[in-house]
Design a protein around this ligand. Structure first.
Ligand code: NAD
Ligand code: WQD
Length: 339
């Protein structure tokens, strides 16, 4: 039996393949390579020392997905495939609704057809919008997201819940990631953004390696200890392990209400905390300028991850030092990413 990993060539997916392999799971990757390359798969093959079943295709392509379900014996799906740029989603909302929502609908239809009813879905802390307080628990209100990307995540969560209501043999785990950063300790796989990074950690890393002149810190007047925004950064390998725990859990149950689980560390770090930690890890100075707040940003967002501990026996183990050391290793060994 295999797990279908949609979007498995991407940042979080590629790290998850390694942890699944460690736990003895067999999988097949399905990815249209719209935001990744086969090089990540080749590098994972080196790390796990075996070849990976890979099928290039789009989750919106029903025929292609059906072929994959015919060819392999698939009993569960981890659904990473999606577009994730907040800014792009504001400019091109239809592209996001089509890719993320249509893609998920087609995938679910094919799963239903092949009687494959276990799915782990990549959701995001973005569904909480601007939380009324921190740390954030899973029962906080959702849906007040500030951009189309975030709304796709919220809508897909609702679609999954409706699907379960109609057919409670579906077993669903919705994982709400906080801010994934870092890379595999080998330094051979990591985050490889196209063009100028939107996210903090890749921007810091590219500044440290000399690809960017300075970091613009978006806002120095937030209600935080040093005035910069606070987030719950989580090492991508910890996050990957969370997916293994979710699959373990679904495999143990026969009937279960959709699970909604935060994956974070429970610790909030400011932008300046991250800059200092990265300087220490890399031995480089990160020049920065404090500029205007970025539109749509919130001040503070960090998780209460206790539910993940309670049901999955999962908790993040890696520290801010690990995140920065591993991110630097990846960036300095691969200044141009996978190219
Ligand atoms: P990523 O872009 O590195 O990986 C996504 C992968 O999906 C890519 O390999 C891409 O080629 C593939 N893909 C996209 N659309 C596809 C389609 N229609 N058909 C087939 N493949 C398709 O992103 P990531 O950071 O690894 O994120 C994985 C998932 O986690 C995404 O759904 C993302 O929204 C979600 N997420 C990411 C973050 C984050 O900050 N990285 C935070 C919360 C949630
Ligand atoms: C973190 C902090 C910025 C860049 C986004 C998505 C969210 C999720 C994760 C997918 C903030 C500051 C950033 C820079 C800066 N993705 N910053 N200078 O905004 O918390 O979340 O990625 O689901 O949906 O919205 O992450 O890394 O962009 O920003 O000062 O050049 O760093 O203002 O305080 P964010 P981020």
């Amino acid at each position: 039996m295999k797990i279908l990993i949609t979007g498995g060539a991407g940042y979080i997916g590629s790290h998850t393949l390694i942890e699944l392999d460690k736990s003895g799971y067999d999988f097949i990757v399905f990815d249209n390579l719209s935001n990744s390359s086969k090089e990540s798969i080749k590098r994972v093959e080196k790390i796990i020392n075996k070849s990976i079943y890979f099928e290039e295709g789009d989750v919106r392509d029903k025929k292609a997905l059906e072929e994959v379900f015919k060819k392999y014996d698939i009993d569960s799906v981890i659904h990473f495939a999606g577009l994730k740029s907040v800014g792009e989603s504001v400019c091109e909302p239809l592209k996001y609704y089509d890719n993320n929502i249509t893609g998920t609908l087609v995938l679910l239809e094919v799963m239903e057809k092949f009687n494959c009813k276990k799915i782990v879905f990549s959701s995001s802390a973005t569904v909480y919008g601007n939380p009324s307080s921190n740390p954030i628990k899973e029962d906080f209100s959702v849906g007040n997201t500030t951009n189309p990307y975030g709304r796709t995540k919220y809508f897909i969560e609702e679609i999954l819940k409706d699907l379960y209501s109609s057919d409670n043999s579906f077993q669903i785990a919705i994982l709400r990631y906080f801010n994934p950063v870092g890379a595999h300790e080998s330094g051979t796989i990591g985050e490889d953004p196209n063009g100028i990074p939107n996210n903090l950690m890749p921007f810091i890393a590219q500044t440290a390696v000399g690809k960017r002149e300075f970091l613009s810190i978006f806002g120095g007047d937030y209600d935080s200890a040093d005035g910069t925004g606070v987030r719950d950064y989580i090492h991508v390998v910890d996050l990957a392990c969370g997916h293994v725990k979710a699959i373990d859990y679904l495999n143990k149950k026969t009937r279960i209400e959709p699970l909604i689980v935060n994956l974070g560390t429970g610790i909030g770090y400011s932008v300046l905390d991250m800059v200092k930690a990265f300087e220490k890890a890399s031995g480089k100075i990160i020049p920065y300028k404090i500029v205007e707040r970025r539109e749509g940003d919130i001040s503070t967002c960090y998780s209460n991850p206790s539910y993940a501990k309670e049901i999955f026996d999962w908790e993040a183990k890696k520290t801010i030092e690990d995140m920065c050391i591993d991110s630097w290793k990846w960036q300095s060994n691969n200044p141009d990413g996978y190219n």
